[in-house]
Structure formats: structure tokens, C-alpha cells
Ligand binder design. Structure first.
Ligand SMILES: [Zn+2]
Length: 301
């Protein structure tokens, strides 16, 4: 190749990288090596990492803090989906944006909904997609991921199974630790309002009473009306709500105002739709669950 050809190839490459980062915020990155696996959400990505270690080439489409409900796959994400052997998704309406990308990419990868077999709670008239907030559900997701990876890569099936069992043990320990934390809260204090209705599985599992949400629908775009806010304020005052729980991924402005107007404590920075950044301690499902439980227990005690 002539120097000029090399140079122009380099320029084309740089343009491609710049274009990809302009569309997709730089991501998604692929880490590890082995069969190509795509996971939609941060939770599924972390569980897949727990099952496979670095033994698959894993691309997690959503980055920490991103909105799972209305993500738009970048051209790079579409390429990863096209090349994937296994595509692991949440389903339940959380990652419907994947459908058109899968169709458009012509991928031959196996698409697996890892929330299959989970007992769903109904929030707001529809199945609540935020299943990972219960360690029991996360264990089902682990099982489904082990099965999916083992079918695609039978050579490593025993390693996947072993890692899966080890991580399920971690989740059992997390469950016990959360129970210990929540047990310290007097039962009359276990009444909360949330920003976005995402923590229902956590509340159901640990006996916390959910009184209402500021953003009542499954989408984070919806804004409550003045009437809805007045009703919620009334509920907070009459139902003895102890705290308003605000997630990291949602602007806490309305939650703060509501806390101020009612004199109720606000807990900010809970992980709802996304795991934490690398190094936050909440970049794993068990770490995220414990981080939330600690904050909630401290606020309600
Ligand atoms: Zn959500």
C-alpha cells in the first residue's frame, strides 16, 4: 500500500470512529474473548459477566446511567447485534427498541429473553419489567443466561454452570444481608413513595409498602399533573409515608419539592434502571442491591 493509500485509509478509519462515537456516545465496547454475546441492559451485562467471566466477547448496549426505556442503538450497536451468536434481552417492554435493530441487522444470533420463568408483579396495569430488584429473580436470570451460553458454546458449559452456581450463592448472601438491614426498620416506618415506579420487586420481597410514584407510568418521560401531585401529597400525609425514594437516573426536582412540601425525608441516588459506574460498588447486581438496601434502611429506621 502506498503512503497516500495508507493515509487515506487511516482518515476513513478516524471518520468512522468519530461518526460512531457521535451517534452512540463512544460505545458500546466489547470485552473478553470467545463467542460474540450482546446484552441489552447493564444488569444482564453484569450477570453475563458473572457467568462467563472474560470467556465470551461481551457487548453491553446500555451504559451505566442510560435510560433503558428509550435507548436508540447506534450503528456500532447494530453491527455488534448483527455479529452476535447470542443476544440476551430483558423483554417485558423494557427493550422493545431492540426489535427493529434485530430485524434490520439480519442477525442469525439466538435471541433469549432472560426474564422468562420469573413470577411477574403487575405495576400500573402491566407486567413490571424491573425484575432484577429481587435477588430471587436475578437467580432465575443467571440460570437462563447459563442455559443460553451453554447452548451456544457447549465446550464451556461446565464453567458457565459453575460460575452461575457461585454467583447464585452470592445473591443468596446478598438476600440475607438485605433482610438483616430491613429487619431493623420498625414495620410502621416501611412506607415509601418513589420517583419512578421501578423498585416494586424489592418492596414486595422485603415487606416495604409502596404508596405511590411521582411518575406513574413505566416511562420516565411522563410528567405528573398538578392534580396527580396534589393526590400524592395527600397520600404521603395520610398514609404515614416515611421517605421519598429518588433514583439516580431521574431528575429529582419534583421529588425534592414534594419532600419539602410534606416534610418527608428524601433518599437520592438509588439505582433503579441502571447499575452504577465501574468502581461505584454498584456495578454488579449484588452490589447495587446492597447499596440501595443500605440507603433505604438508613432512611426508614
Ligand atoms: Zn424503569
Amino acid at each position: 500500500m502506498s503512503l497516500l493509500a495508507r493515509l487515506s485509509a487511516l482518515i476513513v478509519f478516524i471518520f468512522a470512529v468519530v461518526a460512531a462515537s457521535a451517534c452512540g456516545g463512544g460505545g458500546p465496547e466489547t470485552t473478553g474473548s470467545g463467542i460474540q454475546v450482546v446484552a441489552t441492559t447493564t444488569q444482564i451485562g453484569a450477570l453475563t459477566r458473572a457467568v462467563a467471566g472474560e470467556g465470551v466477547a461481551l457487548t453491553v448496549l446500555l451504559s451505566a446511567g442510560a435510560d433503558a426505556h428509550d435507548y436508540e442503538p447506534s450503528p456500532l450497536a447494530a453491527k455488534k447485534i448483527a455479529a452476535a451468536r447470542v443476544i440476551l434481552r430483558n423483554g417485558l417492554g423494557l427493550d422493545d427498541w431492540l426489535d427493529s435493530t434485530i430485524e434490520g441487522s439480519g442477525t442469525k444470533g439466538t435471541v433469549v429473553t432472560v426474564t422468562d420463568d420469573i413470577d411477574l408483579r403487575v405495576g400500573d396495569g402491566e407486567a413490571d419489567p424491573h425484575v432484577w430488584h429481587s435477588p430471587a429473580n436475578a437467580k432465575s436470570m443467571v440460570d437462563n443466561i447459563v442455559t443460553a451460553l451453554s447452548e451456544a458454546d457447549p465446550e464451556h458449559a461446565s464453567a458457565f454452570a459453575q460460575n452461575g452456581e457461585a454467583y447464585k450463592k452470592t445473591l443468596d448472601e446478598t438476600d440475607a444481608e438485605i433482610r438483616r438491614l430491613i429487619d431493623q426498620i420498625p414495620s410502621e416506618n416501611r412506607r415509601v413513595v418513589t420517583n419512578h415506579d421501578a423498585l416494586g420487586y424489592f418492596f414486595d420481597r422485603y415487606g416495604i409498602v409502596f404508596i405511590g410514584a411521582i411518575i406513574p407510568t413505566a416511562s420516565k418521560d411522563a410528567q405528573p399533573s398538578a392534580k396527580e401531585l396534589a393526590e400524592l401529597q395527600d397520600l404521603i400525609e395520610t398514609q404515614g409515608v416515611k421517605a421519598i425514594l429518588a433514583e439516580k437516573e431521574v431528575d429529582p426536582k419534583v421529588a425534592r419539592e414534594l419532600a419539602e412540601d410534606t416534610g418527608v425525608r428524601i433518599v437520592e441516588g438509588l439505582y433503579a434502571d441502571s447499575l452504577g459506574e465501574k468502581g461505584s460498588g454498584a456495578e454488579t447486581v449484588d452490589g447495587m442491591l446492597l447499596a440501595n438496601a443500605r440507603k433505604i434502611a438508613e432512611a426508614l429506621r
